[in-house]
Design a protein around this ligand. Structure first.
Ligand SMILES: [Zn+2]
Length: 261
């Protein structure tokens, strides 16, 4: 029962976290597909270095808008065949005319739908399953442990190792979360399908992976049983989960010698 709860909480948390990154972009494309208007635009620049994007301009109610996107999808010719000055079909969202894509947006929309409703749920379930499995293993290990062991130095070494891993993972996670925030700030997420997808997949893999390892390290630390009282050493509901040198339940100190029992 507890394992299922852990599984659900972790899977939902991971999905919500990454869903928040994906959803706004998906929503824009959804609007383009279901409420988009067509117009004609013109290619104003080719950016071979920038993932072979083209920049284009179009006007809506005599206001000029511009956009940047990959070509070769949505019925558009490949990059090599598109020339500056070419007229291309544009789909924009009348509710916010700056949201646009050249060509037919259906293909882009379906790729993003696959990410949001296929790749991401799958990844979230795997993350939830791994954490739940890990926690299940730890709790069965705890019940098997012999409480009569009176020399705890091996256990203290294990606790220190878990604590060190936890701090390391926390630091990595923090650093890695800064990367997509930086990317988002630079506006690179607006560049078009292939950049968006590749950035997104990188975010999912890198952040997801580090989040998973962080959660795993955290769980291991919180669930680590005190060798004397067998309750979670680093965690109690009243004293919180800060990993100190003393047991949150019986007060045994890892720095002090433990007399034999
Ligand atoms: Zn204890």
């Amino acid at each position: 029962m507890k394992t299922i709860a852990i599984f659900l909480v972790v899977a939902i948390a991971v999905y919500v976290f990454f869903g928040c990154v994906t959803y706004p972009q998906w929503k824009d494309y959804e609007r383009l597909v279901h409420a988009g208007s067509k117009t004609r635009g013109r290619v104003i620049a080719k950016e071979r270095e920038n993932h072979q994007n083209v920049r284009y301009e179009y006007s809506v109610e005599s206001k000029i808008y511009s956009g940047r996107s990959r070509v070769g999808v949505g019925g558009l010719p490949p990059f090599s065949q598109v020339m500056i000055g070419d007229e291309i079909p544009i789909t924009y969202w009348p509710g916010r005319p700056s949201v646009s894509l050249p060509g037919d947006p259906a293909e882009v929309f379906s790729s993003w739908s696959t990410v949001l409703f296929g790749v991401l749920p799958f990844f979230s379930l795997i993350a939830g399953g791994s954490v739940a499995l890990q926690s299940h293993r730890l709790s069965s290990k705890r019940t098997k442990m012999n409480p009569q062991e009176n020399i705890f130095s091996a256990q203290w070494a294990e606790y220190r190792r878990l604590r060190k891993t936890y701090w390391k993972m926390l630091l990595y996670c923090f650093l890695l979360i800064l990367i997509p925030i930086g990317i988002g700030r630079l506006g690179l997420l607006k560049c078009g399908l292939h950049i968006n997808l590749s950035i997104l997949i990188c975010i999912v893999v890198i952040i997801g992976g580090s989040l998973f390892f962080y959660l795993r390290a955290w769980f291991r630390l919180l669930r680590w049983p005190c060798p004397r009282c067998r309750k979670p050493f680093a965690f109690s509901w009243f004293k919180g989960g800060w990993p100190t040198n003393t047991c949150k339940h019986c007060g045994i100190d890892i720095e002090r010698p433990v007399p034999g029992m």
